[in-house]
Ligand binder design. Sequence first.
Ligand code: MG
Length: 380
Amino acid sequence: MKKISILGSTGSIGKSTLRVVDNLDSQCEIVYLTANRNAEQLIKQALKYQPKAVAIVDNDAGKTVADTLGSSIEVLTGRAGLLEIAGRNDVDLVMNGLVGSAGMEPTLKVVEAGVDVALSNKESLVMAGSIIETAKQQSGASIFPVDSEHSAIWQCLAGEDLDDVRKIILTGSGGPFRTRNVKTFKDITPDEALNHPNWDMGNKITIDSATMMNKGLEVIEAHWFFGLNADEIDIVVHPQSIIHSMVEFADRSVKAQLGVPDMKIPIQYALTYPRHSSAEWEELDLIKAGQLTFEAPDLEKFPCIQLAYDAMHAGGTTPAILNVANEQAVYRFLAGSIKFTDIPAIVKKACADHHYIPKPTLADLKELELWATDFVSAYN
Ligand code: MG
């Protein structure tokens, strides 16, 4: 029985993880659940899975949860409650399904506690890759990819030697604006950007897919997961989202991992690794899928891709600034206070203007996170 904690259990990844846990039936036990502010959903989940404790970040929502569950289940509240649950070592695996930079410190807490992480929160490695890597080496914890592209590469690398890898090829759907005229990008509305052609995901990552910043963040994530340099990580646009990524080896042999675009598959693999457990989910029908097509990413339409490569080259605090500025710009775009095309402009300026630190500590990153948040809210 694998003891599991889910950070962000009421979000898109959290809910899919619980469906995977249902599928795995007696193989997993839920020990902890955490949510940001969705009290109703967290209560429902707690009553069903009977965890040892739950944490909810929003204090008002926390009162509702404590009133309902407090007599039978430990209820922690606030950001401190989330971090405490993240740091508990009486579990075998923590699923980090948190959204954005808020997921970075919890990842570090889990790794420091010596517990393995199934990492959906790519922002953790983008912001604090070097700090997390050091903590991993000290504690012996492992990090398993949940992001579909990185799971694909991980699966392609099974039984292989990393030294034999020539490059990896991250695929991306190209998002909803792949064929839209770039001249009209300034008129893109949040509703249009939230309408992803293939994947059903949370709002933040859906906007990142529309700007293709998501692919840029995934390049930096791949750098930390697989120890590859920028020139060993390529991006190919593949609108059907059937091939989830590829690995090219020294002899030019290329391996790919395929499947229907369904996050439950990479989530379950991270939970059952190195086994592929049985599941009754939709199977890939290649005849129905028909043509699989590929094209180069359009860097004029999607400048965020180049910004991410540049941030990776700059290193130090730049990827963290890229990430925080992007996140805050995405929220401003969703709120209707900036244009779609302002997102890369803001990110570029934040990366250029910030106080660069080559080897940041966690405290440095927290301070810069505040700076970048202020920077974006002041932008007009
Ligand atoms: Mg992905």
